[in-house]
Design a protein around this ligand. Structure first.
Ligand code: PHB
Length: 395
């Protein structure tokens, strides 16, 4: 016999989007259940990117003392673009009066999980969603299996797919598991975590003849760095010495502080937007709806922006029986999603060296970078997009 539970909103996926949505709904008096196939430890330990827009940090302030973004994270008021042997600072503070926070996503996830558990939320780990039925009806249902193999059915008023790029809910929304707009890139990022002091106070995005590198940070003693690599590369095929050589050769002008490398991973790049973000009483948010390459640092920020739009729409639908905002959800969310897709694609194509790039392509790219850094309008465009456009209902 399956366990059958009743809730107003069934949320599949305990990533930033699902947990934040559940938190905001609870504040509006709407109960939800969040399920995730992973364990809490797996969720809290998965290494993800680290930049939060100022607006995202302001949204996380709603967690009160549970959000450590402002205390453990670090505010950054600019980034450096490095190319053709020189560094150029994009000064966010003077250009747009806003900043970003370097605060790794898994730390934000720990905060969200702690806040939901403290609030007594129904949050279930190790529960795998199989499918959603009845999205066209008023009572959609999630069919899932618990860690012990027992069947679970969640009977809800609305189902939200916050279940990442391999979303199970997507099939119920778009009619297929994969339906969407895609772009693949002929490169990936080789990411490392190392024990060393920071090599720079702000992030360095470097376009070099050897390919792209990003020098990021985590703390006074741990650093995160990436370099452009072949997507098929085996992360174990490099010695530490080779990794330092790759990184160092791509940031001429800076001597990187080296130290033991204790984590390495290859991040594949993809741009994706689902054909549809909502059907009847099922909708997608975050990576289930779209993925972006990491160069623009938009992934988690875009998930938060989707959640704000959807949460307002669910409040209108479930508290006032007003369908206008849920009917508009697809278009409203896509407005920002496509802007962020463009920004992420633009940063990626401007900073990486494509394997088949001709001399013309390389020189044109340097011309593009010069155009951006030499013009206040160019720097401001980058600063506006990087720090984040105004969020729905919070402008
Ligand atoms: C990171 O620190 O992991 C990071 C920062 C900026 C990006 C991507 C990743 O654009």
């Amino acid at each position: 016999m399956p366990e059958i539970v009743r809730t107003r909103v069934a949320i599949v996926g305990a990533g930033p989007a699902g947990l934040l949505l559940s938190h905001l709904l609870a504040a509006a008096g709407i109960d939800s259940i969040v399920i995730d196939s992973r364990t809490r430890e797996q969720i809290e330990q998965t290494i993800r990117a680290g930049i939060l827009e100022q607006g995202t940090v302001e949204v996380l302030d709603a967690l009160d003392e549970f959000s450590r973004a402002r205390t453990v994270g670090h505010r950054h008021d600019g980034i450096e673009l490095r190319f053709a042997g020189a560094g150029h600072r994009i000064d966010f503070a003077s250009l747009v009066g806003r900043g970003v926070w370097l605060y790794p996503q898994h730390e934000a996830l720990k905060d969200l999980i702690a806040a939901r558990i403290a609030a007594g939320a129904d949050l279930r780990f190790g529960v795998t969603a199989q499918r959603v039925e009845g999205a066209a009806s008023d009572r959609p249902r999630v069919f899932a299996t618990g860690a012990d193999g027992r069947a679970l059915e969640i009977d809800a008023d609305f189902v939200v797919g916050a279940d990442g790029s391999h979303s199970v809910v997507r099939a119920a929304v778009t009619g297929s598991q994969t339906g969407g707009y895609f772009r693949e890139y002929p490169f990936a990022w080789f990411g490392i975590l190392c024990e060393a002091p920071p090599s720079a106070t702000e992030l360095i995005y470097s376009n070099s003849p050897n390919g792209f590198a990003l020098i990021s940070q985590r703390s006074a003693t741990v650093q995160r760095m990436y370099f452009q690599c072949d997507p098929e590369v085996d992360p174990e095929s490099y010695t530490e010495e080779q990794l330092w050589h790759e990184l160092q050769s791509r940031v001429p002008g800076t001597t990187l502080n080296e130290g033991p490398i204790f984590q390495r991973d290859v991040l594949r790049f993809r741009s994706f937007v689902a054909h549809s973000l909502r059907t009847g009483r099922a909708a997608l948010v975050g990576d289930a709806a779209h993925t972006v390459p990491p160069t623009g640092a938009k992934g988690m920020n875009l998930a938060v922006a989707d959640v704000l739009v959807l949460e307002r729409a669910l409040r209108a639908l479930l508290l006032e029986n007003d369908e206008r905002l849920i009917d508009a959800y697809h278009d409203t969310a896509l407005h920002r999603i496509w802007k962020a897709q463009h920004f992420s694609w633009w940063m990626t194509s401007m900073l990486h060296v494509a394997p088949d790039a001709s001399d013309f392509d390389r020189l044109r790219q340097l011309g593009e970078l010069q155009t951006v850094v030499e013009s206040e309008a160019g720097r401001r465009y980058l600063a506006e997009a990087y720090t984040g456009w105004p969020l729905e209902g919070r402008a």
